[in-house]
Design a protein around this ligand. Structure first.
Ligand code: KIV
Ligand code: ZN
Length: 517
């Protein structure tokens, strides 16, 4: 769409600077409190990131857990197009573990980092600046023994003394780093300041012209996207970001925002990515479904209101010409014009089901397909119109629960104005069937207590949210819970036409995450 206020149009990409997109949803994004994805879910996400067209996938931090190591190994083996990257501190054991996880990758990248700010060096690392410099050089050299592509990050760069930062960056390049990444680790910088830092670094360290200059911004002051953009304007050629802005604390720069800024204002910014923007909406929904992090309604680009117009004057303008109030054509990010089309019904068979899922970007194993198909048939009996959103929710639920320790086989709840609410749940663990009954303040409370009885896990409910997958009365309920178990937080999500069953699925999903651990 080319509009008077939008820069996008055919031909404008020619001559534009290429900006590389480094996705860290599976590493920094997974550090968001409560998110814990299993290997199957991570692979599903990595495959979608490849379809989206990201240049680099940071698949995890292999030394931190066996789960991370296995996920990075699996993604390195199966995902071919993007570079696959593993994170490591400038410590031999970390680097060797990352190399081991990446050994089947076509194009592996080891990302080594060490803090360079005075506050981190003195209070966290308790080392001298010379020692840190030596560790950075040794870390890059060791990574270089295993991989051609090595990224180096001076952690907390925006609070690092400029001369020391230049010294470390130049030394890392001399040691073999092919990418230098400048992180605003604590989200402290402002756009003007961060842009200046990138321009000054380019001026002071000419060796940066031989490598990729990357940025990695956190969102503590809500400036991660603005800071990344200002860095691009001032010479950065790679942006590290996450889908839906997930990440440590307030998160990282949101990829969909960076990409759509560069796309919508291409002529002004003269920079372009390789992202297939038509995959953005689907990727965002998939990440939200699998992580349990719902998307703020008014979130830029992917929020449910991002293309909704309510004031009379705006709707009138839209009806006359969409570009009066829309700077992005929703189809450009993969939304259909009506955005909720009916696609399959009661009579659809397995073949149609599988092939439609494939057009949505989901390739399920035979077992997963069987489970998802059974859920689809159940839903088709209850709900007249099944939308893509319904299907995506079912598939995400299936993928989420496929490898769970306990499976919910059955739930029966009773309540009324004159009786104490009760719930019976039946779970399966390997071959064993466990059935428990409990009462509670309401049907949801009774179900959760019955699940605690059945699994032997005591949890504290920190938050509980219900929303509807689509707008109709027969919509599927989508429940998100946050549980505290033994001092740690676990997110759970469940989908069902019955809100109580959706709640039980979500509660059990969080317990299962704790148990798989
Ligand atoms: O925020 C940060 O500094 C990081 C580094 C590991 C790049 O995530
Ligand atoms: Zn980070």
């Amino acid at each position: 769409m080319s509009t008077p206020q939008s820069d996008t149009g055919p031909g404008e990409a020619a001559g534009a600077r290429r900006i590389y997109i480094f996705d860290t949803t599976l590493r920094d994004g997974e550090q968001s409190p409560g998110i814990s994805l299993n290997t199957r879910e991570k692979l599903e996400i990595a495959e979608q990131l490849a379809r989206l067209g990201v240049d680099i996938i940071e698949a995890g931090f292999p030394i931190t857990s066996l789960g991370d190591f296995e996920a990075v190994s699996m993604i390195a083996e199966k995902v071919r197009e993007p570079v696959v990257c593993g994170l490591a501190r400038c410590v031999d054991a970390d680097i060797d573990r990352a190399a081991e996880a990446l050994k089947k990758a076509e194009r592996p990248c080891i990302h080594v980092f060490i803090s360079t700010s005075d506050i981190h060096i003195e209070r966290k690392l308790k080392k001298s600046k010379d020692e840190v410099l030596a560790m950075a050089v040794a870390g890059v050299k060791r990574a270089k023994r295993h991989a051609e592509i090595v990224e180096f990050s001076p952690e907390d760069a925006t609070r690092t003394a400029f001369d020391y930062l230049c010294k470390v960056v130049a030394a890392a390049i001399e040691a073999g780093a092919t990418t230098v990444n400048i992180p605003d680790t604590v989200g402290y910088s402002t756009p003007h300041e961060f842009g200046r830092l990138i321009a000054d670094l380019r001026g002071a360290v000419p060796e940066l012209d031989e490598v990729i200059l990357s940025v990695h911004c956190h969102n503590d002051l809500g400036l991660a996207v603005a800071n990344s953009l200002e860095a691009v304007v001032n010479g950065a050629n790679q942006v590290e970001c996450t889908i839906n802005g997930l990440g440590e604390r307030a998160g990282n720069a949101a990829m969909e925002e960076i990409v759509m800024i560069l796309d919508t204002r291409r002529r002004t910014l003269n920079a372009a990515t390789n992202i297939d923007t038509a995959e953005i909406a689907h990727t965002s929904r998939m990440i939200s479904n699998l992580t349990g992090y719902s998307i703020q309604f008014n979130k830029a680009i992917v929020g449910r209101n991002a293309f909704a117009h309510s004031s009379g004057i705006h709707t009138d303008g839209m009806l006359k010409d969409r570009t009066t109030y829309e700077i992005i054509d929703p189809t450009r990010i993969g939304l259909s014009v009506s955005d909720s089309k009916v696609i399959l019904g009661k009579t659809s068979g397995r073949h149609a089901f599988r092939s439609h899922l494939s057009t949505l970007g989901y390739e399920l194993s035979d077992d997963e397909l069987e489970g998802a198909f059974a859920r689809f048939k159940e839903l088709a009996d209850k709900k007249a119109e099944i939308t893509d959103d319904d299907l995506e929710a079912i598939v995400a639920d299936q993928v989420r629960t496929a490898t769970e320790v306990y499976k919910l086989e059955y739930i029966d709840t009773r309540s009324g104005t004159e009786r104490t609410p009760t719930a019976i749940v039946r779970l399966r663990r390997n071959g064993e069937v466990i059935e428990r009954k409990a009462s509670g303040d309401g049907q949801v409370d009774a179900s959760c207590r019955a699940l605690e009885e059945a699994t032997g896990v005591k949890a504290k409910l920190l938050s509980y949210q219900v929303s509807a997958i689509s707008g109709s009365l027969d919509a599927q309920g989508d429940v998100n819970v946050q549980l505290e178990i033994e001092g740690r937080t676990f997110l759970g999500r469940g989908v069902d036409t019955d809100i109580v069953a959706a709640s039980a699925r979500a509660y059990l999903n969080a317990i299962n995450k704790y148990l798989s651990g």
